[in-house]
Design a protein. Structure first.
Length: 306
């Protein structure tokens, strides 16, 4: 079987590639990034698929960043991610791909919810802080449903919690909170600074998924039957940003304090993912607990930067 990873040099895609190469005997194809094939350009993608003929496409490509990124690039967030969705469905169906698998950010859920269940996915707008990215990710799910209804084309859309781990984005503008805090605490520890600034009140609750678990969820989806599959992968357990920061602080052995910049936005107050259906579909659940995952990520970061 030929499995194509789109965005194989990205954070999630690199882990999907590593697991597929080390643990499976699929023939692994890859679109490394925009410099090879720009997925927002239909003709380029169509030409590549018609030549390479993959059986399964795992799409890890996205234009994505933290809250500040969403405010800075609202049009680009909506346009580029929507074009990727449309082109991937259209070109994959045309070129007889058996299954298209997409990760969906949990920020696509309505902003007023605290626990995310599949039945409530379209029951209100995403939060303003992630609105355009969330709307583009919803498009994947609706394309999955409509393409199966009209064209009998199978796809899997897997909603995953905020991911973290080795090879994440750690620059402040593009990273999620966990990656940004790791960078800030590492830099403070190295420079003997005694204060690190955190955005907002520190109170928002977030659920975190170790990147290898996110990658395994996508890979395990290869074996699902034909159809339109849409489900969550998560553990329904969140942690406040401030408590998360304290764990990271302890892992670095830093003895400073956190200063809260309450002029900055918090985003949604609480986000947890009900992964019951995902466990049922995949006969599998996330394996890495948060403290162990943070330890591995901190060790990797220190090794890379020192």
């Amino acid at each position: 079987m030929k499995v194509l990873i789109v965005g194989s040099n990205g954070f999630l895609g690199s882990h999907v590639k590593s697991i597929l190469n080390n643990e499976y005997d699929y023939e692994v194809l890859q679109i490394t990034g925009k410099e090879q094939i720009d997925v927002t350009k239909y003709d380029d993608l169509d030409k590549y698929l018609s030549k390479s003929r993959p059986d399964v496409v795992i799409n890890c490509a996205a234009f994505v960043g933290g809250i500040s990124y969403g405010y800075k690039y609202p049009a680009r967030m909506l346009y580029e991610n929507s074009m990727m969705a449309i082109n991937l469905y259209k070109a994959s169906q045309k070129n007889k791909v058996e299954k298209l698998i997409n990760p969906i950010s949990n920020c696509a859920y309505p902003g007023n919810l605290t626990t995310y269940k599949e039945d409530y996915f379209f029951d209100g707008p995403p939060d303003d802080s992630v609105y355009n990215y969330g709307i583009a990710k919803r498009l994947y799910v609706q394309l999955g449903k409509s393409f199966y209804q009209e064209k009998n084309f199978s796809s899997v859309n897997v909603v995953i919690s905020n991911m973290y781990g080795p090879d994440d984005h750690f620059d402040i503008e593009r990273s999620h909170a966990l990656g940004a805090i790791i960078k800030k605490v590492h830099d403070a520890n190295k420079d003997t600074n005694k204060e690190v600034e955190l955005w907002g009140t520190g109170k928002p609750i977030r659920e975190w998924l170790y990147v290898k678990d996110g990658a395994k969820a996508l890979i395990n989806s290869i074996n699902l039957d034909s159809g339109h599959h849409f489900f969550n992968v998560g553990v329904e357990k969140g942690i406040s940003i401030l408590d998360l920061a304290e764990i990271i602080k302890e892992k670095f052995g830093w003895d400073g304090k956190f200063v809260l910049d309450t002029s900055k936005p918090d985003g949604v107050s609480e986000k947890k993912v009900d992964g019951t259906l995902g466990v049922e579909k995949l006969n599998w659940k996330p394996e890495t607990n948060l403290v162990d995952g943070i330890q591995t990520t901190v060790d990797w970061y220190i090794n890379k930067h020192e």
